[in-house]
Write a protein that binds this ligand. Structure first.
Ligand code: PBG
Length: 327
């Protein structure tokens, strides 16, 4: 056989495969989503996300310590308030759950990066991501609230704010609000390309944030639209976003690729609650190998162009990277 090209030559040993590897990962790029809940002494497992918990503020330091020991330095903080109302007042209250959680985190772990999710659905009685006008979310009115939420989170210590509501113009509104209040150097990580997805189901159980009527299709994107994804990404860049998220991850890696090629800012992708729940469920049934599957999903995300990976499996992935199983 006269074959000039034999790709198998470079696959002949583990050492050879490692040398020629094209995708390399680093645990400094992992972000772990965490849920803070009102109350005391609570570490409450989320039924549809086994292994994930809602923590009261006094319990948070234990969880953060574990992350730090694993080498995961970045956290995406969500708050679940005891009281919800029409305008989500707890989202921007000075002593709101997420503000207290952020203060606690930055007091004990000043070097960890605290990213605050900016949205209203965990805080509103109707579960929509903004201020209602009849059955619709009023875009421009919601912007005033979102920018107030972002400001209160930054005042509480957030290093980065991450708007996930999908209102038009929120990045600019938040940027202006932060700048006016002396926070010119706080970056905005925009959930620029966020689809109306059933993969968020378990999160909504965790945050008790499913909309009480209708759905989120009038603000989150239609998942048939890759060109619209580009429009969202580019307009957020124009509004001053410092980093972008494509979400969910696994079923949307085509967009991770195209958005990372079309922009020049860091791109994150978020492997959401439904992805986690599916892997957990199959693994618990013994149908898949959990570690190998999460390793492949992570490599897939980075290979597509993500520089930052937001995942409930951050701790496990960090360990796998340490052990040289991936990366
Ligand atoms: C808040 C928000 C959601 C998620 C992140 N921020 C829920 C939603 O949009 O319904 C989903 C995260 C996940 O599923 O892991 N708007």
């Amino acid at each position: 056989m006269e074959l000039l090209k034999r790709p198998r030559r470079l696959r002949s040993s583990e050492a050879m495969r490692r040398m020629v590897r094209e995708t390399r990962m680093d645990k400094s790029s992992l972000v772990y989503p965490i849920f803070a809940i009102d109350g005391k002494n609570i570490k409450d497992e989320i039924p549809s996300m086994p292994g994930q918990y809602r923590y009261s503020v006094d319990q948070l330091p234990y969880a953060l310590e574990e992350l730090q020991e694993a080498g995961v330095n970045n956290v995406l903080m969500f708050g679940i308030p005891e009281h919800k109302d029409e305008v989500g007042s707890q989202a921007f209250a000075e002593d709101g759950i997420v503000q207290r959680a952020l203060r606690e985190m930055k007091k004990n772990f000043p070097d960890m990066i605290a990213i605050a999710d900016v949205c209203m659905c965990e805080y509103t009685s109707h579960g929509h991501c903004g201020i209602l006008c009849g059955h619709d979310v009023d875009n421009d009115k919601t912007l005033e609230y979102l920018s107030q939420i972002a400001l209160s989170q930054v005042r509480a210590g957030a290093d980065v704010v991450a708007p996930s509501d999908m209102m038009d113009g929120r990045v600019l509104a938040i940027r202006n609000k932060l700048d006016e209040n002396g926070f010119k150097n706080t970056p905005v990580l925009s959930y620029a390309v966020k689809f109306a997805s059933s993969f968020y189901g378990p999160f909504r159980d965790a945050a008790d944030s499913a909309p009480s009527f209708g759905d989120r299709k009038a603000y989150q994107m239609d998942f048939h639209n890759p060109r619209e994804a580009m429009k969202e990404a580019l307009s957020d860049v124009d509004e001053g976003a410092d980093m972008l998220i494509v979400k969910p991850a696994m079923a949307y890696l085509d967009l991770v690729r195209s958005v990372s090629q079309a922009t020049d800012i860091p791109i994150a992708t978020y492997s959401v609650s439904g992805e986690y729940a599916m892997v957990k469920a199959a693994a618990r049934n013994g149908w898949i190998d959990e570690e190998k599957i999460i390793g492949e999903m992570a490599v897939g995300a980075y290979r597509a162009g993500a520089g930052i990976y937001i995942t409930y499996y951050a701790k496990e992935l960090a360990r796998m990277m340490d052990q040289g199983m991936i990366g």
